[in-house]
Design a protein around this ligand. Structure first.
Ligand code: BGC
Length: 746
């Protein structure tokens, strides 16, 4: 049961949410869980098929446009639609909203990588049939999305028709009034060709400004009689069967400029030739997922509902994460259009660590994608008035800043330190020296330069003014603790790596001098980290504690999230946090503060945090574990694991919350098991989770596979694959050799 997410009845209120929950993807292609046969006419489904990073550029409309505001924004485009298949039973069109639905179930099989819908339907005229729709987006052939439809008669039926359409005339979804959604620019792609030749439907479409093309080549496997009708931008194929039953398989292959260059239709045709039959596709899918789960599963016993949530979140991360260095993972993955398909710091701080510790090659791809945007980040730094360095954009697809609201966008300079942090983490986990020389050094040097140029020394302290930290309810502040602490770490490492890579050519290429590097070290050592003596906490920034405290006790349910009910300035005037900020810094760079400060800061910020951002709970859970607040840790964790399944933020229809999904894993592995990755390797500080009899997961570490299991008051570390290694269990060093589990009491 915990390997499946099922709907056992048709819940009309949940249709849009289920389109997101049941979406299928593979990191390249994502298809929302729309019904093949459509909906009621008055229902607006969010109909979508997306290719990771495939985007259009649209002008940003400003009332007042000031210098350095981006002119345009990139947007993930909804591409050619191949989902539609109508079913006609003796001339009556099958619809879940007409006639009688005798039974309905839909299941996402997370261990097998497909979804299936079973419906027993009685038409208004009394015809009865059982219909099955099975769909798969292949992990093995990334371009492939296939649907199989089976219709089995229950009553006497004379004729069944299956009408399959591929449509190039599609639009994006728009909704006014929610800043987290696009409000204009619905039409992003234009079809320029729709033909059916040699048994293949072939449609090509393009964007006007970003100059990208996408093609879909569709082949049907069937036994009925067959008719084809080509429109200007779509092709409809009708398959006619006797009343004894019908079966059709629709194989759709998507190619695009970013991965396939030109001649996309021919490339699609070539890929079609190599596609296996449907059963083979399903068994390949299972093979891929067996290996994924062998390494990546986190098993808990004693709570099936949580277990389902945990697996669901991991599965969806896998479905959305780009695996080709051309793409990354957007805030909603490939499950919807919320946040317009943009990549944020969500990747580096919340999602990347999951892959780093389980599938490092995927993690590397994410870094290489960021690296491919380094030139754009250098250009953005110049545009923002910096003499040097790289300023990564707050939100983007291929590199340009796509944020129109700079106080909670561009001003979040911390993203540059977050990216640097993830490059360092990758190096610590893999010790890949080539990576250090080819990528890490350059990213660290350019980000350190940004900090050197943004901040300045005053009275012996390095200050960074006018930035926004992670908490978007407190914008444009001086010396945000999170930003300063992360910049300190960034500069320290830049200095260290600069010394390592001298002589390798990079230092000369970038023109780094010893004086410049020495300044990074000096700035890092003297970084100003706001601290309030009286409260014994790190202040979120220079002025946070001078503000009035928001009265959360008297804020009603309807007022949340505050961002939808209050002008930003109102929020900025109060001590009220949208999400973890200082508390997050105390997790990521814990050595910068002492335990007492971390403890008091946690207590303080917990009281002023709304968790209006889904990026918050997991961080509080991790820190609650660290501080021994076990019940709280579990409580916050519980808010993450089923956030989308239970639609806790009420906007799952726009797509799944990918950062939170990563956060579920972080809360378990960095929280309950207390993992930390430092220069000396891996250390654990596990805590018994009272609700679970057994809790286990695995990690990859420099070519090894290590399993960790918490059970019966013990933690058992097992080296499953690879050479012997020493890990830390609290302050103790523990030597692991293959297949010799080591148990420690908790
Ligand atoms: C959060 C940001 C996050 C963005 C995308 C916002 O609500 O405040 O931290 O990057 O969502 O997930």
């Amino acid at each position: 049961m915990t390997w499946q997410l099922s709907n056992t009845a048709l819940d009309e209120q949940q249709l849009l949410v289920n389109e997101s929950l049941m979406f299928l993807g593979n990191g390249y292609l994502g298809v929302r869980g729309n019904f093949e046969e459509g909906y009621r006419d008055d229902f607006k489904s969010i109909h979508g098929t997306y290719i990771n990073a495939f985007h259009e550029e649209t002008d940003i409309q400003y009332g007042e446009k000031l210098f350095g505001f981006p002119d345009f924004q990139q947007k993930l485009a909804n591409v050619i639609d191949a989902q539609q298949i109508d079913v006609l039973i003796d001339g009556e069109r099958f619809s879940l909203f007409e006639g009688e639905v005798v039974s309905f179930d839909r299941t996402l099989h997370m261990d097998q990588g497909y979804s299936v819908r079973h419906i027993h339907w009685r038409s208004p005229n009394g015809k009865e049939a059982k219909l099955t729709f099975t769909r798969v987006v292949s992990f093995v052939t990334k371009e492939l999305f296939a649907i199989k439809v089976d219709v089995e008669p229950v009553s006497d039926i004379k004729e069944i028709k299956l009408v399959s359409k591929v449509n190039g005339d599609v639009t994006n979804y728009v909704e006014k009034g929610d800043p987290r959604l696009a409000s204009g620019h619905a039409k992003l792609i234009y079809a320029d060709q729709a033909v059916n030749e040699s048994g293949l439907t072939q449609i090509k479409a393009r964007t006007e400004r970003s100059n990208l093309e996408v093609a879909c080549v569709t082949r049907h496997e069937h036994e009925g009689a067959h008719d084809v009708e080509c429109g200007d931008y779509d092709v409809t194929e009708t398959f006619t069967f006797s009343g004894d039953g019908a079966s059709l398989i629709k194989y759709n292959v998507y190619t695009d400029t970013l991965r396939h260059g030109d001649d996309l239709l021919q490339k699609g045709i070539d890929i079609q030739k190599g596609i296996a039959d449907f059963d083979t596709i399903l068994s390949e899918q299972k093979g891929y997922l067996d290996e994924f789960w062998r390494v990546s599963d986190v098993a808990v016993s004693g709570d099936d509902s949580l277990q389902e949530g945990i697996r669901f979140n991991l599965y969806h991360l896998l479905q959305s994460v780009g695996k080709d260095s051309v793409s990354n993972i957007s805030a909603k993955g490939l499950s919807g259009e919320g946040y317009e398909g943009h990549y944020f710091w969500d990747t580096e701080i919340y999602i990347f660590p999951v892959f780093l510790m389980t599938n490092p090659e995927i993690a590397k791809g994410l870094l290489l994608h960021r690296y491919s945007t380094l030139d754009a980040a250098r250009a953005r730094a110049k545009e923002m008035g910096h003499k040097q360095g790289a300023l990564f954009p707050w939100r983007t697809i291929t590199g340009p800043e796509s944020s129109a609201f700079f106080p909670a966008g561009t001003a979040q300079y911390h993203i540059s330190a977050d990216i640097a942090y993830s490059f360092i983490q990758y190096y610590l986990v893999t010790k890949d020296e080539q990576f250090k020389e080819d990528y890490l050094a350059e990213v660290l040097i350019e980000t350190a330069r940004l900090w050197a140029d943004t901040g300045f020394m005053k009275d012996g302290k390095f200050l960074i003014n006018n930035v926004t930290g992670p908490d978007e309810y407190t914008c444009i502040v001086n010396n945000n603790y999170y930003t300063n602490a992360m910049a300190k770490y960034n500069m320290e490492w830049a200095y260290k790596i600069y010394q390592d890579v001298q002589g390798g050519g990079l230092v000369e290429k970038l023109g780094v001098t010893d004086e410049e590097a020495a300044f990074w070290n000096e700035a890092a050592e003297n970084m100003f980290l706001p601290y309030n003596e009286e409260l014994g906490i790190n202040e979120q920034d220079d002025t946070f504690l001078n503000k009035e405290v928001w009265d959360l006790d008297n804020t009603s349910e309807e007022e949340y999230p505050l961002l939808l009910n209050y002008h930003p300035l109102t929020l900025y005037r109060y001590q009220v946090c949208k999400q973890a900020d200082t508390v997050l810094a105390h997790f990521l760079v814990e050595d910068v503060a002492d335990e007492e400060t971390i403890r008091k800061s946690y207590d303080y910020y917990e009281r002023v945090t709304t968790h209006d951002s889904s990026l918050s709970y997991c961080v509080f859970s991790i820190m609650a574990s660290k501080l021994g607040h076990d019940e709280k840790a579990y409580h916050y964790f519980n808010e993450t694991a089923r956030l989308d399944i239970d639609n806790l933020h009420k906007n799952t229809k726009d797509g799944l919350h990918m950062a939170n999904m990563g956060g579920t894993w972080l809360a378990m592995v960095y929280g309950f098991a207390g993992l930390r990755v430092k220069e000396e390797g891996l250390t654990f500080a596990p805590r018994q989770v009272a609700a679970w009899d057994d809790f286990s997961f695995s990690l990859r570490f420099r070519g090894r596979l290590i399993n960790v299991e918490l059970k019966d008051g013990q933690v058992v570390y097992t080296l499953v694959e690879g050479e012997g290694v020493t890990i830390g269990h609290y302050d103790e060093r523990v030597q692991l050799t293959v297949d010799s589990p080591v148990a420690k009491s908790l």
